[in-house]
Design a protein around this ligand. Structure first.
Ligand SMILES: NC(=O)c1ccc[n+]([C@@H]2O[C@H](COP(=O)([O-])OP(=O)(O)OC[C@H]3O[C@@H](n4cnc5c(N)ncnc54)[C@H](O)[C@@H]3O)[C@@H](O)[C@H]2O)c1
Length: 323
């Protein structure tokens, strides 16, 4: 199968996120080289991808215009980093979340890449200044943080190092669009980037409400899945404000004082341990015991929900840009 896009993409690390990225790039018609340190791991990863692509095709959920076999034929494995990155246009690092390991890998890449390739990290928490400072090719480096699993959730946060060339961000943004992802640009680094800052704010207040005995863990989750989440799948909190009154200014006029009043009752950061941890764990494990069998089955169901949601979003021509 000849790739339908020019330029090879290299995925460094063939774990959960690496495999998902490989599938996303192949669905967009790119030739993908999947690199890992262990031959056994990368061969197994490719087998797993093949199975998943077939399964997705069977259920009509395969992304892109190519057939599963064609997509699989675009992905090959490697355990030779130098050979893998030769001629690559884009490298997505997906190794374990360990600063020293990632710095070592970017140091190695820095010595063997050309001046054109983009070096991108999937890190969830490590800041670009920690990862890329001092590299010869720092201008070509950025964080492209996906949401797990990137195949089903399209958002990608692009976070530059202060010395990243603006063209690096722009090219990555265009590339993400091309493969059907939904990129957002942060202008500077910040702990947690945008997504985890929002997620942690929600987790924090959820923890407090359950810990204080205001609501049960199951009901708390329903507040999100049958309440806020219904809207949030289609529009963000700011547009929600805009529509929940006669526009944003009217919303602020009506609710400003109330919001500030409630926010003042938020307490300190919870410790995410102790009695509340036990209580939430017990509730979570009642229907989904924390063993691989149950967790995998539920994750599989979640991924199917996300794929169907993606279809609905497409049908609804999601986004104000389409109005
Ligand atoms: N899992 C998530 O929910 C999630 C979400 C967004 C971002 N991320 C980020 O993605 C990255 C990867 O996470 P994951 O969950 O896929 O981890 P993982 O443990 O599933 O996979 C890591 C892979 O890296 C390989 N590896 C280890 N050392 C290597 C080296 N020196 N060179 C090449 N490959 C090497 C391992 O063999 C393994 O296949 C992390 O930085 C993580 O923070 C994870």
């Amino acid at each position: 199968m000849n790739p339908i896009q020019e330029g090879r993409v290299v995925i460094v690390g063939s774990g959960l996120i690496g495999c998902s990225w490989a599938m996303v790039f192949a669905s967009g018609g790119f030739e993908v080289k999947l690199y890992d340190i262990m031959e056994e791991q990368v061969v197994k990863a490719l087998e797993k991808i093949g199975k998943q692509l077939k399964e997705l095709e069977k259920t009509g959920m395969l992304k892109g215009s190519l057939k599963a076999d064609q997509q699989l034929a675009l992905i090959s494995c490697s355990t030779d980093l130098k050979a893998a990155v030769e001629g690559a246009v884009y490298i997505q690092e997906c190794t374990p979340e360990n600063l020293e390991l990632k710095k070592k890998i970017f140091g190695e890449l820095d010595n063997i890449v050309s001046n054109d390739v983009i070096l991108s990290s999937s890190t969830s928490c490590l800041l670009p200044t920690k990862l890329f400072t001092g590299l010869k090719h720092v201008k070509q480096c950025l964080v492209a943080h996906p949401v797990n699993p990137p195949y089903y959730v399209p958002l990608v946060e692009l976070v530059p190092h202060p010395q990243t060339d603006p063209s690096t961000v722009d090219i990555t943004y265009a590339l993400m669009k091309k493969i059907g992802q939904s990129p957002v640009k942060l202008t500077k680094e910040i702990d947690g980037f945008a997504l985890n800052r929002l997620q942690y704010a929600i987790i924090s207040e959820s923890w407090r409400l359950v810990g204080d005995g205001v609501i049960s863990p199951d009901d708390l989750d329903l507040v999100m899945s049958d309440g806020l989440g219904m809207r949030y799948a289609f529009m963000g909190p700011l547009e929600t404000m805009h529509l929940n009154a006669e526009g944003l200014l009217n919303y602020c006029e009506r609710y400003r004082e109330g919001i500030i009043h409630v926010l003042k009752t938020f307490g300190p950061i919870p410790d995410f341990a102790g009695e509340t941890e036990q209580k939430i764990n017990k509730a979570m494990c009642k229907e989904i015991p924390a063993d691989p069998e149950h967790l995998n089955a539920r994750s599989h169901w979640r991924d199917e929900c996300l794929l169907r949601l993606a279809k609905v979003k497409k049908e609804m021509k999601f986004g104000k840009h389409h109005l």
